[in-house]
Design a protein around this ligand. Structure first.
Ligand code: ADP
Length: 391
């Protein structure tokens, strides 16, 4: 899948992996420890794009409605499928909508809920969950972040007994239930590679349905879904297209967040009757870099260094052939981008050539060079760039 850092920040403390823009925005409710089912009211129409994934999941759960037809010629019914893709791409939403479409109860749990608990609780919760599900069958169970339980046992240097017990119970439960009972287990993960092989064996999660981060068209469709909920001046199509252009690298959860934030921002201004482009752009910036830190005291001297550093990237990028167009440079301190950041508009593409990499490296070093030329020395702000170049 395409991964591209749209954000290069100048950061003293190290910004970590910006791939996870959505981390922490959608915190999971830890209080829902006893699994409860619900009859979801979401439908496929609420899930934008993901056409192929929808078809695959629907085909997969189709037998819930009519098991006899599927076993007529001796075939076995499936039990589990993995929805594989980055966080925030709509795996939970898709699983829920599937239950909604088929009209069956939906249980949603998160892998980390099982392992963060007291000793012995993980496995007992797994048993509880399956016992509940059997009572409600036909139904769909969704286990988000299954890698939290299902990490390969042999790969970990330090054994984690609690997690292994939980994983074992899950395997036992998966083997134990008869597919004719009508319980389907869907699980979300971004890391199939770390999953224990036992989980992906036939009869368990033996199918993989991939859910990629949306391309421009996909983002446009997701914006269209979420913009419906807010009051706009222009037509949804026009705005959705503009916004899709401004948000490379965003996943569905980011987009939902932008629309919410924009509506909240607009509501603060009593004179505003609509959510305008200005609010939407501000919301995008917040989603990328976090809230503006008014309290953060940056000295004039530091601000000058940051400005020259960021300008260095911009100027070098301007003269290179293969760098992405620059959208904006900011030296406003924000939550995630501590001192400043630059936002680019990368194209949706999957292959990167050597020349393109060379240009990216050159641009990444532009900030450092600018500091050297102007101030005669380099600050720690360049360390983040060096990490990227090294990668
Ligand atoms: P995941 O399970 O992959 O981490 P979620 O399903 O929890 O992602 O997505 C979080 C939110 O993001 C959803 O509740 C929805 O509002 C929005 N979202 C994500 N993908 C889509 C999509 N394809 N269409 C519409 N909304 C989406």
């Amino acid at each position: 899948a395409l991964t591209y850092v749209i954000l290069r920040s100048m950061n003293l403390s190290g910004m970590g992996d910006m791939g996870g823009i959505t981390d922490g925005i959608f915190g999971k409710d830890k209080s829902k420890l006893v699994p409860k089912d619900s009859l979801p009211d979401v439908r496929f129409a609420d899930v934008a794009g993901l056409g192929e994934a929808k078809r695959e999941v629907l085909e997969f759960v189709d037998f819930l409605k009519n098991p006899a037809e599927h076993t007529r010629l001796g075939g076995k019914l499936p039990k589990g499928a993995l929805l594989v893709g980055p966080p925030g791409t709509g795996k939970t939403l898709l699983a829920k909508a599937t239950a909604g479409e088929v009209g069956v109860p939906f249980f949603s749990v998160t892998g980390s809920d099982f392992v963060e608990m007291y000793v012995g609780m993980g496995s007992s919760r797994v048993r509880q969950l399956f016992a509940q599900a059997r009572k409600k069958a036909p139904c769909i169970i969704f286990i988000d972040e299954i890698d939290a339980i299902g990490k390969s046992r042999s790969n970990s240097r330090y054994s984690n007994d609690e997690r292994e017990n939980t994983l074992n119970s899950l395997l036992v439960e998966m083997d134990g239930f008869n597919p004719n009972e009508g319980v389907v287990v869907l699980a979300g993960t971004n890391r199939v590679d770390v999953l224990d092989k036992a989980l992906t064996r036939p009869g368990r999660f033996d199918r993989q349905i991939s859910i990629d981060a949306p391309d421009k068209k996909g983002r446009e469709e997701i914006f269209a879904v979420h913009l419906k909920k807010i009051k706009l001046e222009e037509s949804i199509e026009v705005i959705a297209e503009k916004l899709a252009n401004l948000t490379p690298g965003f996943v569905g959860a980011d987009i939902a967040n932008v629309c919410n934030e924009a509506a909240a921002l607009a509501a603060r201004d009593v004179d505003k009757k609509f959510v305008d482009m200005n609010c939407l752009e501000q919301a995008i910036e917040r989603t990328i870099a976090g809230l503006e830190k008014k309290s953060k005291v940056v000295t004039d001297e530091e601000r000058k260094v940051v400005a020259h550093h960021e300008a260095g990237h911009a100027v070098v990028g301007w003269f290179l052939e293969f760098t992405d167009p620059l959208l904006k440079v900011s030296i406003v301190p924000r939550g995630k981008a501590a001192l400043g950041y630059a936002q680019y508009l990368p194209k949706d593409k999957y292959l990167v050539s050597k020349k393109e990499y060379e240009d990216r490296i050159t641009m990444a070093l532009g900030g450092r060079v600018a500091e050297e030329i102007i101030f005669g020395e380099i600050s720690t702000g360049a360390s983040d760039d060096l990490d990227k170049v090294t990668n």
